[in-house]
Design a protein. Structure first.
Length: 197
């Protein structure tokens, strides 16, 4: 997120008072992290719903700005709680129990143009492996990892968004990292040693 003179709570209050620029500044700060978070939670099998859920999240923020209480929550935790609920609501509507893992062309970043063609292919393949490994994580572990890596939330804020304590967040992140290391190293599945938190 970009540093700015106005804090998120001030911008949200200004939006409530009718300042369209304040909402635009909030949108600029959280647009990409919000979309990435939603997209990663959905996984490739449901990725086509990401745009709609992203838009629904922003509409909910715009309409429910008065529900935010800075004394109870930091804005990022409140915001990503809304985004997470939108994904969970979608899953309930779709009766989704297990997310399929598939390649994610849209999430692959273009490698540095200075790379050789072979290096570019290897880089793309590695990016696909990473995206697939992240999407293969259990939903709660994946969500915690994306909130940390993409949204920049603290452990406390991740706990607030997901409704668990900091120790549970730490466990989810630890298991997620272990599974990613194992998956990306080409090792055997981590099913026996790592519990789904």
């Amino acid at each position: 997120m970009e540093p700015d003179d106005a804090d998120d709570a001030e911008l949200l209050r200004a939006h409530g008072a009718g300042d369209a620029q304040a909402f635009a500044r909030l949108y600029d700060r959280y647009d990409r992290p919000c979309f990435v978070f939603i997209r990663r939670l959905l996984g490739a099998a449901h990725g086509d719903a990401a745009e709609d859920l992203h838009q629904e999240t922003w509409i909910a923020v715009a309409k429910n700005w008065a529900a935010f209480d800075a004394a109870k929550s930091a804005f990022p935790a409140w915001f990503f709680t809304i985004a997470r609920r939108k994904v969970w609501d979608y899953f309930r509507r779709q009766k989704v129990a297990v997310l399929a893992v598939a390649g994610d062309e849209a999430a692959v970043r273009i490698p540095d143009p200075g790379q050789s063609p072979l290096e570019q292919v290897q880089s793309r393949e590695r990016a696909r492996e990473i995206v697939s490994a992240v999407e293969a994580l259990p939903l709660e572990q994946r969500g915690a990892l994306v909130l940390l890596a993409e949204a920049g939330l603290s452990l406390e804020e991740i706990g607030e968004v997901t409704g668990v304590g900091v120790e549970t967040v730490k466990s989810r992140l630890r298991y997620a990292r272990a599974k990613l290391r194992q998956s990306l190293a080409g090792g055997p599945p981590a099913g026996e040693r790592t519990a789904h938190v």
